[in-house]
Write a protein that binds this ligand. Structure first.
Ligand code: FAD
Length: 274
């Protein structure tokens, strides 16, 4: 069975939250396994993430908060884990996080995601299903691909149940990553993270910062469309749908959509696939 999940970021206003819950309702009709909600490293969205997770969970489909360890004390993390447990949360997306310009990493009690996985297992046993991040095109700060793979395996050995990838636009990078970690003994599901294409300049900026490559043929076509957003959306939908089809045909166990709090772009792709 193909799993489906959607990612949101926490909203800033009541109006934004109302809109987000309407998006959630639209997406819920497609029976996702969970909705995840991002977390600002260092706790910058601690209360807002919690509030959105609470609001989603109350409407019946599982919410999965993201939780990152850099810049948060273990006391804060423990408190949050207990509050999520009390709310009935059963899944956490377990991350290191990124503080502005890397500040705080050295002074953090927990410095890498594998340490957070270990901490959550120590504190809460098997209560939570733990997702971790995977980077088919390598994490941008890793010194080389092999070391990054070893660090990924470290998170899995620490007790992760499943992984969600950074987005990519090249299905072969996903298949290569999966082959490599399978050869290293990893047997957990690795779910591709899918970024719908709707706005070229924002996508280009974000991709630069998170190390996701936009292949030249896609970049050049998107650039050629200029301000013609209808063409960008149409082309983006075709490209992303084709990639998702290849991923699923090639054995990917599901898809996780980075929705950017919008229903339409992710659903356009998903509806092409079902
Ligand atoms: P890690 O697995 O800790 O890896 C970080 C880097 O350190 C890598 O280069 C790795 O090779 C290296 N490394 C790992 N372990 C060790 C070790 N033990 N010793 C030495 N080096 C090591 N960010 C947010 O702030 N909030 C979010 O909600 C959020 N959600 C995300 C969801 C997904 C699905 C993904 C893919 C990313 C998300 N991010 C989020 C971004 C993420 O926090 C950053 O990419 C961050 O830089 C790395 O997080 P990580 O959990 O992959 O870190």
């Amino acid at each position: 069975m193909t799993t489906l999940s959607f990612e949101f970021f926490p909203t800033q206003t009541d109006e934004g939250t109302a809109k987000l819950l309407a998006v959630r309702d639209e997406l819920a009709a497609f029976n996702p396994e969970f909705f995840s909600v991002t977390y600002g490293a260092g706790g910058s969205t601690r209360d807002r993430t919690f509030a959105i997770v609470d609001a989603i969970q109350q409407r019946g489909i599982a919410a999965a908060p993201h939780l990152s360890c850099v810049g948060d004390s273990t006391a804060d993390l423990r408190d949050l884990l207990n509050r999520y447990k009390a709310l009935g949360i059963q899944r956490i997306v377990t991350l290191r996080g990124d503080l502005p310009s890397g500040s705080g990493l050295a002074s953090s009690e927990l410095r890498y995601a594998n340490e957070l996985v270990e901490f959550i297992r120590k504190e809460t046993g098997d209560h939570f299903t733990l997702e971790v991040a995977a980077y088919p095109e390598m994490h941008p700060q890793a010194s080389n691909f092999d070391k990054d793979l070893q660090n990924f395996v470290r998170k899995v050995k620490a007790g992760a149940d499943s992984a969600i990838t950074q987005y990519f636009f090249n299905a072969d990078s996903y298949f290569h990553f999966v082959d490599r970690v399978r050869a290293m003994g990893v047997d957990i599901p690795i779910i591709p993270g899918i970024m719908p294409i709707t706005n070229y300049s924002k996508l280009a900026r974000f991709s630069d910062s998170c190390g996701a490559e936009i292949p030249r043929w896609i970049r050049k076509q998107l650039e050629a469309y200029g301000d013609d957003s209808d063409s960008i959306v149409k082309f983006g939908e075709e490209v992303v749908t084709d990639m998702c089809r290849r991923l699923l045909d090639g054995g990917a166990p599901g898809l996780h959509f980075y929705t950017l709090n919008q229903a339409k772009p992710s659903l356009a792709v998903w509806k092409n696939l079902i």
